[in-house]
Design a protein around this ligand. Structure first.
Ligand code: SF4
Length: 202
């Protein structure tokens, strides 16, 4: 299993802010302490945040939370747009290489867009299960072989990867419409990566 502390060093060498936590509870406590009081927090599609029950903790601490997962379908589009202008954004990654590349897929594009432009502070939660040895191609492999299949089954999507290997030619409604690799912090943004020594999300 790759070491989160070595990965944090690689992230810092790339210019990212990186912190390590033994548990998700410790990571949540850091977030609540670090976020300015009362600021709105948007959350991208993020099973890690769901498993951490982060939205409830943020609301309890007095933050307004924008999360398209938690609103009626009719409000979803508006919330996605509002989230792009939130001061704080929380998301995870689908894969992170031990040398500090962070890869995310997106079907709609909201999450990768917000990570790159919009919110001034982006918190990225990375469970140890997201770390991969090797480079970009290994990370893409994790995305296609681990993240996509589990998401497809969660959402009951009829994609080839839900029940077998990826087959692009037979995939009528892919969720991996875009893959973004963060290599360095975006200019003018604070990107705070929080590595957690637990398995979280997919
Ligand atoms: S292209 Fe389709 S089958 Fe392949 S990983 Fe993406 S969603 Fe799954």
């Amino acid at each position: 299993m790759p070491d989160i502390h070595a990965a944090a060093e690689a992230l810092r060498a790339r210019g990212f802010e990186a912190h390590c936590f033994d548990t998700a509870a410790q990571a949540a406590a850091y977030l609540l302490e670090d976020m300015p009081a009362g600021q709105t927090v948007a959350i991208g599609g993020c099973m890690t945040a769901r498993e951490m029950n982060l939205d409830a903790q943020l609301r309890e601490a007095g933050h307004a939370v924008l999360w398209h997962w938690d609103v009626p379908h009719a409000e979803r589009h508006a919330v996605l747009h509002e989230a792009m202008n939130a001061p704080l954004y929380v998301t995870s990654v689908n894969a992170m290489t031990t040398d500090g590349l962070m890869l995310n897929i997106d079907g709609t594009g909201n999450r990768v867009a917000a990570m790159c432009y919009g919110p001034e502070t982006v918190y990225i939660l990375v469970g140890r299960n997201k770390l991969v040895e090797g480079g970009y191609q290994q990370a893409v492999r994790r995305v296609k072989q681990v993240a996509c299949p589990q998401n497809a089954r969660r959402l009951s999507l009829d994609t080839p990867c839900a029940n077998g290997p990826c087959d692009v030619s037979a995939c009528k409604k892919p969720m991996c419409n875009v893959i973004v690799s963060l290599e360095h912090p975006l200019t003018g943004h604070r990107i705070c990566v929080m590595l957690i020594d637990e398995d979280l999300g997919y």
